[in-house]
Design a protein around this ligand. Structure first.
Ligand code: GLA
Length: 517
């Protein structure tokens, strides 16, 4: 029993404690969130304890070669255990690489565990063996906006090294993709890239900078990563190198023999073949052909359509076997229009689903070369806040996350943008929903993405050159009641909100949150 004399004091203390510990409605209801100008950039290497990242679901075709490096941050060495691993698969316990042959059609649920002297982590993982691959947006690196027609085997290998050593692979970056210019060209400023396009049997010939394609993919696979390649359905690629016209099947088989896992198929000079025919069939023809070829081969190859959005490709890209399709021209020419490009890409959100992704092109930050002149990489001039907005938009849109910048020069800030696992998790959400734009005024907008667990992610974007208030109401999100809000870039819960969230958004930047029950 509490003595009468101390009752008032007891009540006072109780009320005082409750006021400061319970997230009261009035505390946050109308309170504007001030994140500050600077977003925190966390270098992935600073994570000490194991933190398992990567998608929750992973698709592969029955009987095909299987390779998956478990993305996991934290100090190495580390020990991995996978409970429920199908017998067709083997786990390298030190490296956390799962390999073997995809088990028969079906769903296989498992639990991944990782442990180091500082701690441990656990995460559910499901392999879906079936027709679909790329169940979450592909993540990786492409050489184009860093190295253009300067690319070499050596640079590709170095890129794979950096993807591992920088910690990028530990948050899910997986594909190491060669773009144009690995083949011979009929003419080029670099004579080392000029030579016969094919051998006497019609096999496509890599140029002298790529002496051993199988050796290159073996090197990449040895790290648990995957390799991507590029060609065109036309006689020549956009860079004027050998294309696959009339050798489609032969080339696809060659890519499989070399061990590639991803194909970018770039329209380029196919325009000359299609001629004046602007029918839907004409746009679809080369992609349908390659889609069918890839489907018949004994290897999972992610099929990336690159034809700049012609014939509203988002409506039929999946039908012809595509896993992703560029929705517009080259983003390298339009980096000053990131917000507009994202808004127009998100118009096609209804076509975004597991295995079928709208592709607004690569993430070009860090050191990149000017696309107009195939320039030597220089630090981006994009404002830092806009870089956060860029990455946020891509994740909210469930876009493929393919970084295209010079990995040999990658800096802490860029890694912080590319490697925030909570932001990436929004991109990799198994629902695969593309974000919906809710317009505000001409200089601000909101993008909303529903997540598989019933929570939502929201980006509040400010295009002005000054900080500005941007808000979102629960009724616009079709939710009600008190919700926990987490700032995903700063990786902290910021309170419980009711009905509305208002933030002071940095100039040309974003506040990206997750709203959970
Ligand atoms: C086109 C594509 C780019 C790149 C270049 C290579 O422009 O859209 O992404 O692949 O070709 O020449």
């Amino acid at each position: 029993m509490i003595k009468k004399s101390i009752m008032p004091l007891f009540l006072f203390i109780t009320v005082f404690v409750l006021a400061f510990t319970l997230p009261s409605q009035s505390q946050n209801d109308n309170k504007k969130y001030y994140p500050g100008e600077k977003s925190e950039s966390v270098n992935p290497k600073q994570i000490i304890k194991p933190r398992i990242n990567g998608p929750l679901v992973y698709g592969s075709r029955p009987g095909h070669p299987f390779l998956y490096r478990i993305p996991c941050q934290g100090n190495r060495p580390m020990r991995f255990v996978v409970r429920g691993l199908p017998e067709e698969l083997h786990l390298d316990k030190e490296k956390g690489i799962i390999s073997g042959v995809t088990p028969p059609r079906g769903e296989y649920s498992m639990v991944i565990e990782a442990r180091n002297p500082k701690g441990k982590d656990k995460r559910n993982f499901k392999i879906v063996s079936g027709d679909k691959i790329a169940l979450t947006p592909p993540m990786g690196w492409n050489h184009w906006y860093a190295h253009y027609s300067r690319i070499t085997d050596k640079m590709m290998r170095e890129a794979a090294d950096v993807i591992i050593n920088s910690g990028m692979a530990d948050v899910g970056y997986q594909y190491v993709n060669i773009d144009d210019c690995w083949m011979n060209a009929p003419k080029h400023s670099d004579p080392e890239r000029v030579g016969p396009l094919r051998d006497e049997n019609g096999n496509i010939l890599p140029n002298s900078y790529f002496p051993d394609m199988k050796g290159l993919t073996d090197y990449i696979h040895g790290k648990g990563l995957k390799a991507g390649i590029y060609t065109s359905p036309g006689p020549l690629t956009c860079g004027g190198f050998s294309g696959s016209y009339q050798h489609e099947e032969q080339d696809a088989k060659q890519f499989v023999a070399w061990g590639f896992d991803f194909l970018k198929y770039d329209w380029c000079s196919y325009g000359r073949i299609a001629g004046i025919d602007k029918s839907l069939e004409a746009y679809q023809k080369p992609y349908l052909q390659m889609g069918n070829i890839l489907e018949s081969l004994n290897r999972d190859i992610v099929f990336n359509l690159c034809q700049y959005g012609m014939g509203e490709v988002w409506k039929w890209g999946a039908e012809v076997g595509g896993n992703s399709w560029r929705t517009a021209g080259d983003l390298g020419f339009e980096l000053h229009r990131i917000f507009d490009i994202a808004i127009s890409n998100s118009n096609h959100r209804q076509y975004s689903k597991p295995g079928e992704w709208n592709d607004p092109d690569y993430i070009q930050i860090g050191w990149i070369g000017n696309a107009r002149e195939e320039g030597i990489p220089k630090p981006t001039t994009m404002p830092r806040n806009m870089q956060y907005a860029y990455m946020s938009l891509w994740c909210l849109m469930a876009s493929p996350l393919i970084y295209s910048g010079d990995l040999s020069k990658i800096d802490e800030f860029t890694l912080g943008i590319l490697c925030n696992p909570e932001v990436i998790e929004i991109d990799q959400d198994p629902l695969g929903e593309g974000g919906l734009v809710i317009p505000r005024d001409s200089s601000s907008f909101v993008m909303v993405k529903n997540l598989v667990d019933g929570s939502l992610s929201v980006g509040l974007f400010n295009r002005r050159k000054n900080p500005a208030e941007v808000s979102v109401n629960w009724n616009e999100l079709q939710i009600t009641g008190r919700r926990t809000v987490r700032d995903l870039w700063r990786r902290k819960d910021i309170g419980v909100y009711n009905n509305k969230f208002i933030a002071e958004v940095p100039a040309e930047g974003v506040v990206m949150i997750k709203i959970s029950k």
